[in-house]
Design a protein around this ligand. Structure first.
Ligand SMILES: [Zn+2]
Length: 247
């Protein structure tokens, strides 16, 4: 991702200089810079969980990922809601890119994690290079990535952790059509780009899910009789998309 594409994505003015710490990174790695809200910052283990799951999911697609946690938490007008996730946060990243906010963005992904309740919609938000996810308390309770199977039973903490993977992949160019659903004998397994949408109401599914993903895989309608499981790594279809985007 070059600077111009970042600035265009963030909606900032191209003629102004970019201040950020992307100059420090090695050219072949992608930087994910993470900010916690004041409330999110109080959960021990949150940073390790975010880094663990995102690193394990992203690296097969885009190679080395450098995580950089902002040293100070951010004061936000609220911990959840469309206004803070979809308007306030992207605006702060855009202002920060031109030195007008304490937020000091990178040209990889600028991720905000808040303490909003992850089952309340919207649970997250993304646009190019900018992502936001609620659910800090739940994410901090997720077991460490190296002690956790790739596919886990549905739980609020797993779903919240999957939202981080979902929004960051959006920020890097993947969409719901790059998600996949695998059916086993007794369960449906949703990958991060489909996630909890699989079990949402018909109207929400219609709006957010394709009948088939971009790689031809079916997204089943009938979900009632099967157990719900979540995959904590991207589907092959999303890996391909993310890999294309990083070149
Ligand atoms: Zn989405």
């Amino acid at each position: 991702m070059n600077r111009r594409r970042f600035l265009a994505g963030a909606g900032a003015t191209l003629s102004l200089g970019f201040v950020g710490q992307q100059a420090l990174r090695s050219p072949e790695s992608t930087v994910v810079r993470v900010w916690f809200s004041d409330a999110a910052a109080s959960y021990e283990g949150l940073a390790a969980t975010v880094e663990g799951y995102l690193g394990a999911a992203l690296e097969p697609a885009i190679g080395p990922v450098e995580f950089d946690f902002a040293p100070e938490p951010l004061s936000l007008p609220a911990e959840s809601g469309r206004r803070v996730l979809a308007t306030h946060w992207p605006a702060r990243v855009a202002r920060g890119a031109v030195g007008m906010d304490e937020v000091d963005p990178v040209d990889g992904v600028n991720l905000l994690v808040t303490d909003g309740h992850p089952t309340k919609q919207p649970s997250g938000y993304a646009r190019p290079h900018v992502a936001a996810a609620t659910g800090a308390e739940s994410i901090a309770r997720m077991s460490p990535v190296d002690e956790t199977p790739v596919v886990v039973p549905y739980s609020v903490r797993a779903a919240a952790t999957q939202v981080v993977l979902h929004e960051v992949a959006h920020a890097l160019g993947a969409d719901h059509e790059h998600g996949a659903v695998r059916r086993t004998d007794d369960a449906l397994v949703a990958s991060p780009m489909i996630g909890s949408y699989l079990w949402a109401s018909e109207a929400v599914r219609e709006r957010h899910l394709p009948d088939r993903n971009a790689c031809g895989g079916a997204v089943p309608d009938e979900t009632d009789s099967l157990e719900r499981r979540l995959r904590m790594r991207y589907a092959d279809c999303a890996l391909e998309r993310l890999g294309d985007g990083s070149r």
